[in-house]
Design a protein around this ligand. Structure first.
Ligand SMILES: N[C@@H](CCC(=O)N[C@@H](CS)C(=O)NCC(=O)O)C(=O)O
Length: 202
């Protein structure tokens, strides 16, 4: 039976997308609660009680509250996908977690934050650093995809794909074109062909 789950989110949020797309692939029901971003609901005292970082996504699962998409993905994969999306074999789990960590490092601090400058005018003075980290993110992805020829870890789709996809897909919105990165573009298309995948801006 599916646990009672609520997801506090926005459709513009790539980190919320990660949770939504995994729930869709697994056929798991999650109640989506759209917060009012323009009214800064994510910075309201009531929301800060849920997440002191003032960010989406937040999940309430069986009356417990969790923030950070990584925690949400780990929960959904372990609770509803058996060994598929996050296996428990220590080496296999380490291989997937390596890419989940990368998604929260270079992908987030490069690609996501470059888009933060172009879309939200957030810290424009730091743009060059974000572009440098974006390049590193795309180089590392290309290096791995040239070796594997298909997926980031374990030779099959895992949480590595779910974690890295949204801000790579949105790279052009942050003035990072994807034309020079054919392996990355092919990988994005491979992700989009997974049964249950969602369009990013749906
Ligand atoms: N590491 C967090 C990052 C969450 C995050 O950066 N959320 C963005 C939207 S995608 C946000 O709420 N930003 C508002 C802010 O940081 O003030 C996660 O993976 O959930």
């Amino acid at each position: 039976m599916t646990a009672q789950m609520k997801l506090y989110m926005t459709t513009m949020s790539g980190n919320s997308f990660k949770v939504r797309v995994l729930a869709s692939i697994l056929g798991v029901e999650v109640e989506e609660i759209h917060i009012n971003w323009d009214d800064r609901e994510h910075k309201s005292p009531a929301f800060l009680e849920r997440n002191p970082r003032g960010q989406v996504p937040v999940m309430e699962i069986e009356n417990r509250t969790f923030w950070d998409s990584t925690a949400h993905l780990v929960y959904l994969a372990r609770a509803y996908s058996g060994e598929d999306w996050l296996p428990v074999d220590p080496l296999d789990m380490a291989e997937v977690m390596q890419w989940m960590s990368f998604a929260q490092d270079e992908v987030q601090f490069g690609l996501m934050w470059a888009r933060g400058v172009t879309v939200y005018n957030r810290r424009p003075e730091a743009m060059q650093g974000y572009l440098d980290d974006s390049r590193t993110a795309l180089e590392v992805l290309t290096w791995q995809l040239k070796k594997t020829g298909d997926w980031l870890a374990l030779g099959r789709p895992t949480l590595a794909e779910i974690s890295c996809y949204p801000y790579v897909k949105r790279a052009p919105e942050g003035d990072v074109p994807l034309e020079p990165w054919p392996e990355v573009r092919a990988w994005l298309a491979r992700c989009e062909a997974i049964t249950g995948w969602l369009p990013l801006d749906d």
